[in-house]
Design a protein around this ligand. Sequence first.
Ligand code: GLN
Length: 499
Amino acid sequence: MTQKTDMSNHTNTALHDLTVAQLAQQLRDRKLSSVEATQHFMARMAEHAELGAFLATDADVSLRQAQAADARLAAGTGGVLEGVPIAHKDIFVTKDFPTTAGSKMLDGYRSSFDGTVVAKLAEQGAVTLGKLNCDEFAMGSANENSAFKPARNPWDTSRIPGGSSGGSAVAVAARLAPAVTGTDTGGSIRQPASFCGITGIKPTYGRASRYGMVAFASSLDQAGVMARTAEDCALLLTAMCGPDLDCDSTSLDVPAEDYSRQLNGSIEGLRIGLPKEFFNAAVAPDVRSAIDAALKEYEKLGAKLVEITLPRTELSIPVYYIIAPAEASSNLSRFDGVKFGHRAAQYADLIDMYKKTRAEGFGDEVKRRIMIGTYVLSHGYYDAYYLQAQKIRRMIADDFQQAFKQCDVIAGPVAPTVAWKLGDKSDDPVANYLADIFTLPSSLAGLPGMSVPAGQGAGGMPVGLQLIGNYLQEARLLNLAHRLQQATDFHTRQPVGAL
Ligand code: GLN
């Protein structure tokens, strides 16, 4: 099979610069085959392997899927994403690729089924390029907790791409894939999207099925999508979401929506709430000025900026770092060397096998969280920590409902700074936790959130504007992001150095 890397005879734009919408159109028009597109991206993936975006690839599987897509395109029976190559965070189980969740514990594991999100995207014709690097069990903010390798930010390879969906963000920013899946428990789609200058959305909790997502913190985990444009996010999100009542007990019983049809609505008179707690001294000046400039664009488009308050923003850090580890400690008890993945080679008896398997299979951050989680759930501490955290979680959710009486959508920074250097915070878990301050509140409330490119800060590093909507307001967020992308070029800026 010949590898084509130059598709310039098909279009004036390089193939990897096309959006998902453009690629899908060219595939439908038969100007390009899915096999050609897939080979092109596979060649780029190989060329930029040093970015550490992928944990697993399989050219035979991807090309077989592409050939099947081409046959459907020829027959005119394709779905909306027919033949478009995408990639999945390695937290979604897949039957055609291994799944590790970024952990040695699952090294060599292969699922017997595809997660619902993976299956739904495949139903619409998406071709899978491979599995994307992530922090171990999605625990992290820098992708440095991956048990295999760190991923690198293509804007500056000495910096982290963000996490936990770091490989996902790298793949899109470096144009190794036009769109990818990610998961967001406390910011893992929005923060890496912000750090890598791409668009990412986490829908309302329960909107996309958790079936086949390796569980971290079940009351927070949510699948979503990352791409270069809001239009592309709308296309994929439409395919991914919808009820999955038989497989996911927290799936929302609300019919799927077509988000693409709801782009281009006027934002005249829309009230954008700016929480004063998101615009304080913790925000670096370069981030602040990019956010302010993006907000000015919204004013030009007719939106009104109103000050609001989310008074328990700071509490979201201790609350999240009690609830998420508590749920993780319970979810991760299934990794005992019996059913999945790794098992210690030598052990004296069953208990010893459990202990050695878990000691060898889990990395430091995962062990830390299992210990914290077990502690806060234990008799005598449950009321003081876990129960207290649940009460404050409810108050945080109520604060948002108060805020939404004064505004239609909330905006602010995604993170206090741009992406930091690899190694800068790797020995300091609390420094990583503190950087999650602006993404955790909406996660605890189960609200949809988005990161939209909003310009560049120090060192030319990207800055994302966070948009938070009320429950099931994904369409409003995507529309708002789309309007900004029609008025500005932030989302078209690309890393040049590493590519
Ligand atoms: N950074 C947060 C954590 O470490 C969020 C991770 C996520 O959203 N998966 O838990």
